[in-house]
Design a binder for this molecule. Structure first.
Ligand code: FPP
Length: 227
């Protein structure tokens, strides 16, 4: 039997806060540790898989409800991460793009995001997508408005093309930390995805576990509604 091809992977990185609390640390320490895992997983996907993209849920439209200090910390961490990450993107030939409604971020952060995307736009090995101020419903609404503005009819093709993502289908979604829900993530693109849930908290997730999940995915029967 031919194994499934894995071109587009999506990840919900959950459990940073609980990982930190278990160690008697502040939640922010969990986010700092989580950043390192994003780098490891992205580099692994670029070098050891056939993947074209990996999309990380870094900040949702609902995450603004968190305490102000945690939100501010995440914003600073993101700015620092992107600036530092440029070397990795260049060395590993990785393109960076952001999806989501970026207008709510500070001008400085928007600039860092735009510069990073611009500088890496010709890299070809893998696209790392960060979902920032992202919500699946919000994305579909913004896409529908774009189609209407262009005077086109809303069809699966026109709406699909107007989405933030450069692809329409995610092959596999992984969520860490034992929670089993979609949390408004990539609602359109996850229509036929395979789902994998692991109890591991995101800061403890690693390439070994990723490869195990990929191996399991490869052998699943994907029917896409057929028989
Ligand atoms: C979930 O952990 C994690 C997030 C809020 C988003 C993921 C964020 C990172 C990995 C770090 C920041 C990344 C960037 C690129 C700035 P949680 O806080 O919900 O954990 P909990 O469910 O245990 O409370």
């Amino acid at each position: 039997m031919k194994s499934n091809s894995l071109k587009n992977l999506a990840i919900i990185m959950d459990g940073n806060g609980r990982w930190a609390q278990q160690r008697g640390l502040r939640r922010t320490k969990g986010h700092e540790a989580g950043i390192e895992v994003i780098r490891d997983i992205t580099t692994y996907c670029a070098n050891h898989t056939e993947m074209e993209s990996v999309t990380f849920y870094a900040f949702s439209t609902e995450n603004w409800k968190r305490p102000k200090l945690e939100v501010e910390f995440l914003m600073k961490l993101l700015d620092r991460y992107l600036k530092k990450e440029l070397i990795t993107y260049e060395l590993e030939n990785i393109r960076f793009i952001a999806i989501g409604d970026l207008e709510k971020f500070s001008a400085k952060l928007q600039e860092t995001i735009a510069i990073t995307a611009e500088k890496t736009k010709n890299n070809t090995k893998l696209t790392q997508v960060l979902a920032l101020n992202y919500g699946g419903r919000d994305e579909i609404i913004r896409a529908a408005n774009r189609v209407v503005k262009q005077g086109e009819a809303i069809t699966e093709a026109s709406l699909g093309l107007a989405l933030d993502t450069p692809y329409q289908d995610i092959d596999l979604l992984i969520r860490t930390s034992g929670e089993q829900r979609l949390s408004n993530y990539l609602l359109w693109q996850l229509s036929y995805s395979e789902l994998a849930f692991t109890p591991t908290f995101w800061p403890d997730f690693n390439t070994l576990e990723l490869q195990q999940i990929i191996d399991d995915f490869k052998n699943r029967k994907r029917r896409f509604g057929g028989i």
